[in-house]
Design a protein around this ligand. Structure first.
Ligand code: 13P
Length: 231
């Protein structure tokens, strides 16, 4: 029997899906995840509970929409394909139905800059893409537009999409976006919270870039503007 290609990547996808549910950013068999490979991308199969998923179940797809494997690809393969094709800056697309982010999205609300951590998603807001039926080209087009210049968006009456260079980065950002949605919903109990102006979010984004915020510190490449390790 021939060795299954991209076994490490297939295992990483399953681990990330299990983590997604464990961390509370998704539940059941909803959500899906894809990862760029040399000649296309890997994507989770449709409608299969993550705890039953094996590496063989992960589907290998080309950017032409053809696939190889015993399972059918996620019903959302179009937006995975379109995002990976359009965004050379990311290698992983994560889609989930987190409770708090979805609670905002069913009202068509994105997340404004009520908290500086919104800048982690790449801009001064996390947009909410207009509603379209799941799995359609229309939904993919809306998602791609809402993700312009961003690493995350909400999908009206549906859920969220998060992008990353790695599975670990996408998962961490998914947890952050869901936390922001929860904080924003709680904050709204006292009325609309204070919104930070775009200039402050730009300052935060620049500081995050300079500090390599959220990335492991390499002592040999200590970013400016941070505490120094004692010699
Ligand atoms: P799939 O099981 O087809 O990936 O669909 C789940 C989902 O979340 C659709 O948006």
């Amino acid at each position: 029997m021939t060795q299954l290609a991209n076994l490490t990547e297939r295992r990483a996808i399953i681990d990330a899906c299990l983590a997604m549910n464990r961390l509370g950013v998704n539940q059941g068999a909803s959500g899906n995840l894809s990862m760029r490979i040399a000649d296309g991308f890997l994507v989770t199969p449709t409608s299969l509970p993550y705890d039953e998923m094996t590496p063989e179940d992960i589907v290998a797809m080309g950017f032409d929409g053809t696939y190889v494997g015993a399972r059918r690809p996620s019903s959302e393969w179009r937006f995975h394909r379109d995002i990976l094709r359009a965004r050379a800056d990311v290698d992983v697309v994560l889609h989930a139905h987190p409770t708090f982010a979805t609670a905002l999205a069913v009202h068509g609300h994105g997340i404004p800059s009520f908290h500086y951590m919104v800048a982690l998603a790449g801009g001064d807001s996390i947009r909410c893409a207009p509603y379209a039926t799941f799995g359609t080209q229309e939904l993919s087009d809306h998602a791609l537009a809402a993700l312009d210049g961003r690493l995350a968006c909400l999908l009206a009456n549906h859920g969220m999409i998060v992008l990353g260079k790695s599975v670990k980065a996408a998962l961490a950002l998914a947890v952050e976006v869901e936390t922001l949605a929860r904080q924003y919903l709680y904050a709204q109990q006292l009325g609309e919270p204070v919104i930070l102006p775009p200039a402050e979010i730009a300052r935060v984004a620049e500081k995050m870039r300079r500090m390599k915020y959220g990335q492991p510190i390499d002592d040999n490449d200590a970013p400016e503007d941070t505490a120094r390790p004692r010699a």
